[in-house]
Write a new protein. Structure first.
Ligand code: NAD
Length: 295
């Protein structure tokens, strides 16, 4: 964070009430992290089972903290009370920051963002957790695009320190400042990046995956590559395992986005192993079979 935005971060009013739209893997994780770090959060979804799952996941994580003696049982109840599940927008009205984490579909996100903009205060900030959709495109659904930016968490939210704060063409310094301050309050490390395909992390990660795919096409053994990159090179995991964690379907979609954004550098590869795995329904850990077998 530099210049005017840095000054604005210091002046940003603290976030006292947050909301998350979508109680899935990411929305549930964001709500948990917000609550654990002391910012009450409304978790809104369209389906009761999703809300139940989100709350159960939070309870499971907190239970582990209690088991390890890092949290008292009454502390657990306090955190859980900080997450208010809801199927309607009414309790979202008082949020200073709303993080949208619904399905990765520009149309659905556009509708949800416009709906919530109509409910919150004029100075409330809206942020999208999209991994691949342009912030400027989503901003087109809004009357106050200056109050909107990206807030891209990584999975699992409670363990991954980085948060990309994505500044759109119309995003104001105050909005960036508020979201940076909120991410910091959540115990995360925010970085401010411009709106472009892949933002920052995926622009680094996907050329790495492309290098991995090229090696496979040349006949390399994925298990050997993973062993070298993790055990010998010292990274937490190799590219095959990482693709299984990210989800081959997600990676496949991301490759398309990168190819469209940077056709010369990241163009589609013929017989890309990620494509082949996707077509063979090998999605990674989420369906028990990817490069490795999990079931
Ligand atoms: P998910 O499918 O687990 O959860 C999406 C949730 O949104 C579901 O509970 C669904 O019921 C809810 N939903 C759908 N329409 C809604 C609406 N109109 N209002 C409120 N809730 C609605 O998805 P996810 O993996 O949590 O991904 C959510 C977002 O986060 C996506 O934009 C995705 O690209 C992004 N993201 C995902 C990851 C990841 O690893 N899963 C990482 C970073 C960012």
């Amino acid at each position: 964070v530099k210049g005017k935005a840095k000054k604005a971060t210091k002046l940003a009013k603290p976030v006292e009430q947050a909301a998350v739209l979508g109680a899935g893997i990411m929305g549930g994780g964001i709500a948990y992290q917000s609550a654990v770090k002391g910012t009450p959060v409304v978790m809104k979804d369209i389906a009761q089972p999703a809300l139940d799952l989100g709350l159960n996941e939070a309870a499971k994580l907190l239970g582990k903290q209690v088991e390890r003696g890092r949290l008292k049982p009454d502390g657990m109840a306090k955190v859980l009370n900080n997450i208010v599940p809801s199927l309607d927008y009414a309790p979202v009205a008082h949020a200073d920051v709303v993080v949208e984490a619904v399905v990765e579909n520009p149309k659905v996100k556009g509708i949800v963002l416009a709906e919530v903009e109509g409910v919150v205060a004029e100075d409330a900030v809206l942020a999208s957790n999209t991994s691949t959709i342009s912030i400027d495109l989503l901003a087109q659904s809004l009357k106050r695009p200056e109050n909107f930016c990206g807030m891209h968490f990584f999975n699992p939210v409670h363990r991954m320190p980085l948060v990309e704060v994505i500044r759109g063409a119309k995003t104001s310094d105050e909005t960036v400042a508020k979201v940076v301050a909120y991410a910091a309050k959540m115990g995360k490390t925010p970085i401010v990046v411009n709106d472009c395909p892949g933002f920052f992390v995926n622009r680094v990660l996907f050329p790495y995956f492309a290098g991995f795919s090229l090696l496979l096409k040349e006949g390399a053994d994925f298990q050997q590559i993973d062993k070298v990159m993790s055990k010998q090179f010292g990274w937490p995991m190799g590219p095959a395992y990482l693709l299984d964690v990210v989800g081959i379907d997600t990676a496949h979609h991301c490759l398309d986005v990168m190819a469209a954004g940077f056709p010369e550098r990241m163009g589609k590869m013929e017989n890309d192993p990620v494509d082949l795995m996707f077509k063979a329904d090998r999605y990674g850990q989420k369906n028990g079979k990817g490069f490795f077998q999990y079931a």
